[in-house]
Design a protein around this ligand. Sequence first.
Ligand code: NAD
Length: 364
Amino acid sequence: MNKKIVVLPGDGIGQEVTAEGRAILEAVASVFDHQFSFDTALIGHAAIESTGDPLPEATLDKLRNCDAILFGAVGHPKYDNDPSAKIRPEQGLLKMRKELGLYANLRPIKLFDELLGASSIKPEVLKGSDILFFRELTGDVYFGERGRRDNNLTAYDTMIYTRYEVERIAHKAFAAARTRRKKVMSVDKANVLESSRLWREVVQAVSAEYPDVTLEHQFVDSAAMLLIKNPRAFDVVVTGNLFGDILTDEASQIAGSMGMLASASVGDRVGLYEPIHGSAHDITGKGIANPLASILSAALLLDISFGLKSESDAVIEAVSSVLKDGYRTVDIKDESTPKDKILNTRQMGEQVEKRIRTLSKPAH
Ligand code: NAD
């Protein structure tokens, strides 16, 4: 298979972890006889520094003309502590999602059994958890009207959804539920918010087209509580941009660490694959970032954008095997991890790559 992949390392540990995600895609191409060509482009702080624009037109051009995107993260402490900055790295990410029509963010939350001890949640509560979040990505308070008034004494953001935006993400969630346990939980705040009442109305209407799938509604506050109390009760979850942002970070603790969670953003055209974590300035440059979220993002890319399910499974199996052999990065180690099994970013990537490269080439 011939495919064009654009790598967007972005900022901070984005640079460090996408190098490992890319190395895994190269290993897969070589073992399974595919031709993947790679190009890189600028986004975020790195792009502002060299062009003044967090998403330069040259980057957008490349993104519009490729088959899949492997993204790292954007962000820099300089902007986190300066709310007045007019140009910000995150604008690059939001604009990219809008421009490419990436309206559905899929976040699979599955705990590798080997990491049961790495979470702060009790193993007996966690074991067997397997959740698939659908977070809406191009609407909500992130894109509604915002501003200041009353001589800067008041600030406002507008939570806004259209029927069409809710319908298309609901369809994605119900279709996925059919391949799983045939359950969808829709999360909103319909007891308070008008946009949530529209959300609920539309999800309910869409559910009529999927009579074999059970629909349950939860308010976001109750969903946040239940997620920690009984994560096994969740299967497919569909929710808006803001609630999804918060709930999936919470759910990262089910998978042991932010460094373990991959995501796919899809829409009508090209798909974008990225870890759910940010640029993590606190550990940038130390070489200790966990690259598995980027590597698992590469696995999602192979499956969703290229339909290469066996190749994707091979990557997940390689990650599982590395964990079974006791290797850990610092964020997922526990008291029982021996010192010689604690790996840095590169070493963890190499362990996964080694296992893929030892797979025999499939017969044609
Ligand atoms: P973060 O996800 O970068 O980090 C949160 C915590 O998790 C930190 O302690 C970090 O060290 C740890 N962590 C994250 N990824 C890890 C990994 N792979 N291995 C080991 N530990 C890991 O979130 P934050 O600290 O709130 O934000 C930092 C910057 O990232 C900010 O500028 C923020 O705007 C940006 N951000 C970007 C994205 C994105 O690009 N998609 C998402 C979230 C935050």
